[in-house]
Design a protein. Structure first.
Ligand code: NI
Length: 139
C-alpha cells in the first residue's frame, strides 16, 4: 500500500519573552530583539502537524484528521491559546520559549497519542511570523 503524508493546521495566539537571566539587559536585547521586550509581546502562531501512513482501503483515509485535531486541541492548543508561554504552560516550565524549543516540546506532548492512531508522526512545524518557520522531525 502506498504511504501518504497528511498535515493538520492549528492556530494559536500567545505571549512570550526570550530572556537569559544571567545576561545583561543589553545582551538580551541585542540577541533577542523585540522578543526580549520586558513587558511581553505576542505572536499569532500556526502549527502544522504531519503524519504518515497507509491509505485505508475502506475509508480512503490515512487517518481521520478529526482524531488528529482532537489530540492537538486537548494537548496543545487549549494549553497555549491566549496564554503566556513562559508562565502558563505545564510542558514549557523552565524552558526558553523559542519556536525551536516549542516544536520539540509539542512533538513530545503528542507523539504517543498520535502514534496510537493508524499513522506515525513525522513532522511538527511552527510558523511564528510570516518569514520564520521551524520544523522538528523527531530526531
Ligand atoms: Ni517573540
Amino acid at each position: 500500500m502506498p504511504k501518504v503524508s497528511i498535515t493538520r493546521r492549528e492556530r494559536f495566539s500567545a505571549a512570550h519573552k526570550l530572556w537569559v537571566n544571567d545576561w545583561t539587559e543589553e545582551k538580551n536585547l541585542s540577541t533577542f530583539g523585540g522578543c526580549a521586550n520586558p513587558n511581553w509581546h505576542g505572536h499569532n502562531y500556526e502549527l502544522f502537524v504531519t503524519v504518515e501512513g497507509e491509505v485505508n482501503p475502506v475509508t480512503g483515509f490515512v487517518v481521520n484528521l478529526k482524531d488528529v485535531s482532537k489530540i492537538l486541541k486537548t494537548k496543545v492548543v487549549n494549553k497555549l491559546d491566549h496564554k503566556n508561554l513562559n508562565l502558563d504552560v505545564d510542558f514549557l516550565q523552565n524552558k526558553m520559549t523559542t519556536t525551536e524549543v516549542l516544536a520539540v516540546a509539542i512533538w513530545e506532548e503528542i507523539v504517543s497519542d498520535i502514534n496510537k492512531l493508524d499513522c506515525k508522526l513525522t513532522s511538527v512545524k511552527i510558523k511564528e511570523t510570516e518569514n520564520n518557520f521551524v520544523e522538528y522531525k523527531g530526531a
